[in-house]
Write a protein that binds this ligand. Structure first.
Ligand code: PLP
Length: 397
């Protein structure tokens, strides 16, 4: 049977493909140290689970308004005021089942056939895929190692044409762990204002910044009417399986955004919204403890990686990813790219990582080879993984 053309424009995620492969190997009895899928290894906190259970018992098992309950939207407003000093009206907040639907609705609402959208490269693969699905053209903005993978505002400006309609940014960044400083966001805002562009700011790792603090695009006045903030509970509150996210957007976008939700999911589950309120309003000590633990793991992993032959790794400032340069290791092993290294590490060393190609096509002139490590795993497993890598590189080269 014939499939619609638009689904052929979608692409998957290397992380989920690799997860399936890792689980297959584990089912065969192999022990794999996985640095692959980006999800917290912590359990969702007890007070959050209890809020959901109480909500189910209390009968919150029906539809809610598409954009979310007033209670949820107001809790987001209070959270943004308390944590970031922002004054946002609740009418600008829309709840979604997971963070990805915010990206989906934002891109489908704002990108027309033939529009160009500037996306970070390397970057979260859904950006490119969704832009293509919407009929747009993704334009890669290279994030360069020598700039600690931080956006170069001059290079960004040079990519803008009369067909550009949107810029997508992600800070802290998946897969490099880079964090955008305020000056860079201000320069980006000026480019967006001058060229009348939407800015999608994916802030899903906002709680995980280890140096210098987090700057939300919403705190840049020039972005107030053009930024769409993408955030949620998956990473900050270790709630990947709950599917709960939210967007904060200009009033003018809320109706079309909500219309897409009405036509696809109707609304987000009532009891997960209650769990979200408990996460936002409850003690933030658990979040701080997780962040402190990620920082220790980052330090352990990055210093270990830098001691391996043919591997070097910049210190990431946020999220829970390290993006290691493995150009030397690939050359020593006679491998054409990090993709082959990913395969060898999995099969021979029992270590799962994701190669550069899982985060968009390499940019023209990009010579280095890279793999991403997610360090949301215990210090013991990180140590074990590093040991396996050391043994592999020693025996293979
Ligand atoms: N944005 C970025 C940058 C991510 O890394 C992820 C998940 O890995 C998401 C969005 C999607 O989050 P969710 O699983 O809540 O849909």
């Amino acid at each position: 049977m014939k499939l619609a053309r638009r689904v052929r424009d979608l692409s998957g995620e290397g992380a989920f493909d690799l997860l399936a492969r890792v689980q297959k190997l584990e089912a065969q009895g192999r022990d794999i140290v996985s640095f692959a899928i980006g999800e917290p290894d912590f359990d969702t906190e007890k007070h959050v689970k209890e809020a959901a259970v109480a909500a189910i018992r209390g009968g919150l098992t029906h539809y809610t308004p598409t954009a979310g309950t007033a209670r949820f939207r107001e809790a987001v407003v209070r959270f943004l005021k308390r944590e970031r000093g922002l004054d946002i009206d609740a009418s600008r907040v829309v709840v979604t089942p997971g963070v990805k639907p915010v990206l989906f609705c934002a891109i489908l609402s704002c990108v027309d056939q033939g529009d160009e959208v500037i996306v970070p490269s390397p970057g979260f693969p859904a950006y490119e895929s969704l832009v293509r699905y919407a009929g747009g053209i993704p334009v890669a903005l290279p994030l360069r190692e020598e700039r600690d993978f931080v956006v170069d505002p001059d290079e960004l400006e040079s990519l803008v044409t009369e067909r550009t309609s949107m810029i997508i940014v992600n800070s802290p960044h998946n897969p490099t762990g880079s964090v955008l400083p305020r000056e860079t966001l201000e320069r980006l805002a000026a480019v967006a204002e001058k060229n009348d562009l939407w800015v999608v700011s994916d802030e899903v790792y906002s709680s995980m910044v280890y140096e210098g603090g987090f700057v939300s695009a919403l705190s840049i006045p020039a972005l107030a009417e053009r930024a769409i903030i993408v955030d949620g509970f998956s990473k900050t509150f270790a709630m990947t399986g709950w599917r709960l996210g939210y967007g904060v957007m200009p009033e003018s976008l809320v109706a079309s955004f909500s219309m897409l939700l009405t036509n696809s999911v109707s609304c987000t589950a009532a009891f997960t919204q209650e769990a979200g309120i408990a996460a936002l309003e409850g003690s933030q000590e658990g979040v701080a403890a997780m962040t402190a633990s990620y920082r220790r793991r980052r330090d352990l992993l990055v210093s270990g990686l830098n001691s391996l032959p043919g591997v070097s790794c910049r210190m990431p400032r946020g999220a829970f990813y390290a993006f290691a340069n493995v150009t030397g290791a690939c050359a020593a092993l006679g491998l054409p790219s990090a993709r082959e290294l990913q395969g060898r590490l999995l099969e021979e060393a029992g270590v799962a990582v994701l190669a550069r190609n899982c985060f968009g096509r390499p940019c023209p002139g990009e010579a280095g080879q890279y793999v991403r490590f997610c360090y949301a795993t215990s210090e013991g497993r990180i140590g074990e993984g590093l040991e396996r890598l050391r043994t592999f590189f020693a025996s293979a080269s």
